[in-house]
Design a binder for this molecule. Structure first.
Ligand code: PLP
Length: 388
């Protein structure tokens, strides 16, 4: 590739841009993870994480990716042959249910069109039909990163409760935590799954499970448990300020700094900023005369927007032009959406002008690719940024 001056625009929906303060924190010398200095870091971290998940319960921090945190949630709560209910919101929901089936769980996969979130009514109907109570867990992706659709977790919980079914609720917040309002305790979630590389503004490498009392009780008899992902040794070691095996020390320095940044802005302001940026992005997309993939305005994602291309256009060609000409990475269409959509990430460490630059790059790329658009789209987005 030819030399590009200036900073690369990493506008995929994660990994996201890492703030300089976080990068500097990560570059500090590694310390003894069994020494007294480390214990102080652990307790600061574990306390600061709780409000981000909206929980007063334990949050387990694994060295691993989001996929590892998915696996941890399943293996700590379930046993071979248990039935689980997954909902087809898109590519990531599809991968998660494949993992569940591979682990020996019996998966009911509620079909979806990849433009809507998980339907509270469909989940309730499924649970109501399970009079023998064989379904042990409902697994939902809060923010489906492949489609830009956010499921309504609080409504899903209420619909589950209305059936009186005891299934656990496992929620993937990998591309929503720290970007979109989320409340583990208040919404009655049993396991919340997250990763470091999106709203938490860190590089990839940490996976998280926030755990309810009910999930902890389930973990005492779960037969899928494996030693690496086992919550119990974590909870015991964390009480003393340590980890059961070598943690990702330098990423934890970064996490402590990222949590300070989130606290300084304040979570309500963080969520409002993401909502504004998403609204500005949708204004641009509509102004261009293109379509937002998410089909229900109650489910618009505030962390990313998937843009549906006209039938005769290739989204990957647009992304290629934008990368080569303007040094900006956008998210590809995944699974059945390959070539049909591109995804604009607007989560994490992002200000108004970064978003304005992103949308300017997208507009120019669409024009260079020969997609028929109205160039008023960018101005529509700037109007939102200026006035709201
Ligand atoms: N779930 C969602 C919603 C995701 O967006 C991703 C990754 O982008 C994953 C799961 C998988 O996480 P990882 O790639 O960190 O293993």
């Amino acid at each position: 590739m030819t030399f590009q001056s200036g900073r690369h625009f990493l506008q995929i929906p994660g990994p996201t841009n890492v703030p300089d303060q976080v990068l500097r924190a990560i570059s500090a010398p590694t310390i003894d993870h069994r020494g007294p200095e480390f214990a102080a870091l652990t307790s600061e971290l574990l306390d600061a994480l709780k409000p981000v998940f909206g929980t007063s319960g334990p949050v387990i921090v694994f060295p691993g990716s989001g996929t590892g945190a998915w696996e941890a949630a399943l293996v700590n709560t379930l046993s071979t042959g248990d039935r689980v209910l997954h909902v087809e919101t898109g590519h990531f929901a599809t991968l998660w249910q494949q993992m569940a089936a591979g682990l020996g769980l019996l998966v009911d996969f509620v079909p979806g069109d990849w433009r809507h979130g998980a339907s509270p009514e469909a989940i309730a109907d499924h649970l109501a039909a399970d009079s023998a109570r064989t379904i042990k867990a409902v697994c939902v992706v809060h923010n489906e990163t492949s489609t830009g659709v956010t499921s309504r977790i609080s409504e899903i919980r209420q619909a589950m409760d209305a059936t009186g079914h005891p299934a656990l609720l496992l929620v993937d917040t990998i591309s929503s935590l720290g970007s979109i309002d989320y409340r583990h305790d208040e919404w009655g979630v049993d396991v919340t799954i997250a990763g470091s590389q999106k709203g938490l503004m860190l590089p990839p490498g940490l996976g998280f499970n926030a755990v309810s009392e009910k999930a902890l009780a389930a973990s005492r008899t779960a037969r899928l448990r494996t030693s690496y992902w086992d919550w119990q040794p974590y909870i015991e070691a964390n009480r003393r300020g340590f980890f059961p095996y070598t943690p990702a020390t330098n990423l934890l320095y970064g996490l402590a700094e990222a949590l300070r940044i989130l606290k300084a802005e304040g979570l309500p302001a963080v969520f409002a900023r993401h909502d504004r940026h998403a609204a500005a992005t949708r204004a641009a997309v509509r102004g261009w005369g293109l379509e937002v993939l998410c089909a229900d305005e109650r489910e618009y994602s505030s962390s990313l927007t998937a843009v549906l291309m006209p039938e005769d256009q290739d989204a990957d060609k647009v992304r290629k032009i934008i990368l080569e000409r303007f040094d900006m990475s956008l998210g590809a269409g995944l699974g059945r959406l390959a070539g049909r959509v591109f995804r604009i990430g607007h989560l994490g460490h992002l200000g108004d002008l970064t978003l304005a630059g992103t949308l300017a790059g997208v507009q120019m790329g669409l024009q260079l690719a020969g997609v028929r658009i109205d160039p008023g789209g960018l101005a529509d987005a700037l109007d939102v940024l200026r006035t709201e």
